[in-house]
Ligand binder design. Sequence first.
Ligand code: ZN
Length: 380
Amino acid sequence: MVKYLALFCLFLSIPAEIVSPDWGFFAHRKINRFAVYTLPKPLFDFYKTHQAYLEKHAVDADKRRYASRWEAAFHYMDMDIYPDSIDLTDLASSRYMYSEIQISNSKGLLWKKHCGSKVEDVAIPDSVKSKLYRSLGRVVFETPATLAWESDNQAFEMLIVDSFSQHGLLPYRIISMHNKLVEAFTNMDEKAILRISADLGHYIGDANVPLHTTENYNGQLTGQLGIHAFWESRLPELFFQKKHYVNIRPATIIENVKEAIWQTIHRSHGFVDQVFHCQLTAKESVSAENVMCFSERNGQYVWQPCEEYADKYDQCMGTMVWDQWENAIQLLGSLWYTAWAMAGEPELNNVMRGILPDTSKMEDVVSDAQNGAADCERQR
Ligand SMILES: [Zn+2]
């Protein structure tokens, strides 16, 4: 049993006086660190050898947000903007549904599909349709994008304006990274295994934070600004070391990775109402002067939720944050384990040793973007 403070990914918009980035970094690093202990031999031996690397690079994905316009949308998924009846599990279909598509030839516009409308029988050749779907299925996708083709000596052009990616791509990114991890194990590419394993840990941490699954990610839509930091920073800092413990659960083989990732997203999103409701309940239960206080944090006095107020919030939330953290640790270990198994359980003893990659650069995103790029300008 291991005792630690917990915290998850921080958004860029969290007020600096409330949150230090180091706290978010701390939690992501510990998720990667603890996930190693979920693994069976011989995988445990390999990951334990590189535990320091995995811990250090658990936050590289967040660092890339400063350098890449494509990275931000990989860290969230605004589930509440979509009707429950819509199946989002296929990226190409989802992006297709929420894209505006225009087809034209030299004489002008021939056909147009608006965002939100379903069109199953587009009057374009099947080869172009399959090319369209392949493009839309890429996690990194350029928008607006154009596809050009010729048919019966006529030139056609398709313009695609994606309105889907801006509301988050987190689950698709996780699934994509897991596929890459299988490939890395298959190729026995140690650098890739470690780089992807570290990044995967970051995205799994984000997927277990309810506020990463809602458009109201910092309470900005309901007059609860700052709740993101309150939930993932102030509560852990004050209480987890005193009240909560991490139970390390063994990694298991995941039969259906895609399903497991979407279940995680839905589970996290299921906590959103409680996250907001408890904050209001807690605030009503304390006097006005006990809501925000100047108090010490990391050697500085900062304006942040008072301890009594935070305690009320923590009581209302129960063990939610801690449970989510434990889920992240176990799921990450299971994804590493499953990727290795899917690659045929390759021998790891002979894997090369060398200088390991710094994944805080744009390397991974840029390589994705070679086949298309996303317009994920939204920053949090
Ligand atoms: Zn993140």
